[in-house]
Design a protein around this ligand. Structure first.
Ligand SMILES: NC(=O)c1ccc[n+]([C@@H]2O[C@H](COP(=O)([O-])OP(=O)(O)OC[C@H]3O[C@@H](n4cnc5c(N)ncnc54)[C@H](O)[C@@H]3O)[C@@H](O)[C@H]2O)c1
Length: 254
């Protein structure tokens, strides 16, 4: 296991679920970690990571809080973006037209725009790092029509576009990669619009997820966290950019 000793990391969306597991894994490996999330830290969060509150879709909040993280950490080497919301798996025909526009707008702002805002705000600090990386969050929905309705799927394909584009635009100074989790147990994943409050709380979700991975193993947030810490590692992922790791138990296979 490669250490991340001294690595300065900011996790946008690190209060719960996959982001929180990534914070824990990175800290176990020796990284100094700050979190930006609109939610407070989880009650069982261990001490030691700086928790900044704020809406990651608000440009002023992002600029201020990324600046605060950079100051507290003494710089920034790794930006991880895991903030996300879901559309509740609805078929298009189920949407009242007015609701559809609002759902698309919020999904885009959280899943796509907030990633760009965070990268933009972090750029000056990342350019001062000798091993800078950005890791964004797509989904198995970014590889096919599974894991969401059309608006969520579109937002996660968009993240693939961001990874591809930014890897080219920010090279050679900054590596840019992504993680595409499959359906993951034990997270919240808030639904937007009139969708269920939390996708993770849907009855029978854990059983459904177990049955649909080729490996017949349930994917936990901790399983996904290792992909983020690998991609942030200056040694292990030294020449990795423009890549998305599917952590989906084989759901992405035909
Ligand atoms: N859980 C899954 O099955 C699954 C599968 C594929 C992809 N993903 C993706 O993984 C990422 C993490 O999801 P999760 O399941 O861990 O969900 P989660 O709800 O547990 O974590 C998401 C975090 O993002 C934060 N957040 C949301 N909107 C925000 C905003 N506007 N400003 C600041 N923080 C905000 C939430 O407060 C929360 O802490 C998301 O991008 C999601 O789309 C999840």
């Amino acid at each position: 296991m490669s250490r991340l000793d001294g690595l300065r990391m900011l996790v946008v969306g690190g209060a719960s679920g996959i982001g929180r597991a990534t914070v824990d894994r990175a800290r176990d490996l020796g990284a100094q970690v700050a979190v930006l999330d609109r939610a407070p830290p989880a009650v069982d969060a261990g001490g030691g990571s700086l928790h900044l509150r704020g809406d990651a879709t608000d440009p002023e909040v992002v600029a201020t809080q990324v600046g605060a993280a950079v100051e507290a950490l003494g710089g920034l080497d790794a930006l991880v973006h895991t903030a996300g919301v879901h559309d509740g798996f609805r078929d298009l025909v189920e949407y009242p037209v007015t609701d559809l526009a609002d759902v698309c707008s919020e999904l885009w702002r959280v899943n796509v725009t907030s990633a760009l805002l965070a990268v933009r705000a972090a750029l000056p600090a990342l350019h001062r790092s000798e091993h800078a990386s950005v890791t964004l969050t797509s989904s198995e929905s970014g590889f096919g029509a599974r894991g969401g309705g059309a608006p969520y799927t579109a937002s996660k394909w968009a993240v693939r576009g961001l990874v591809d584009h930014l890897a080219a635009e920010l090279a050679p100074a900054i590596r840019v990669n992504g993680v595409a989790p499959g359906g993951t147990s034990g997270t919240s994943l808030r639904g937007v619009g009139s969708t269920p409050a939390e996708i993770g709380a849907r009855p029978g979700r854990d059983e459904d997820l177990l049955g649909t991975t080729k490996l017949r193993r349930r994917i936990e947030a901790a399983d996904v966290a290792g992909a983020y810490t690998y991609l942030a590692s200056p040694s292990l992922a030294r020449v990795i950019t423009g890549v998305i790791i599917n952590v989906d138990g084989g759901r992405n296979t035909v």
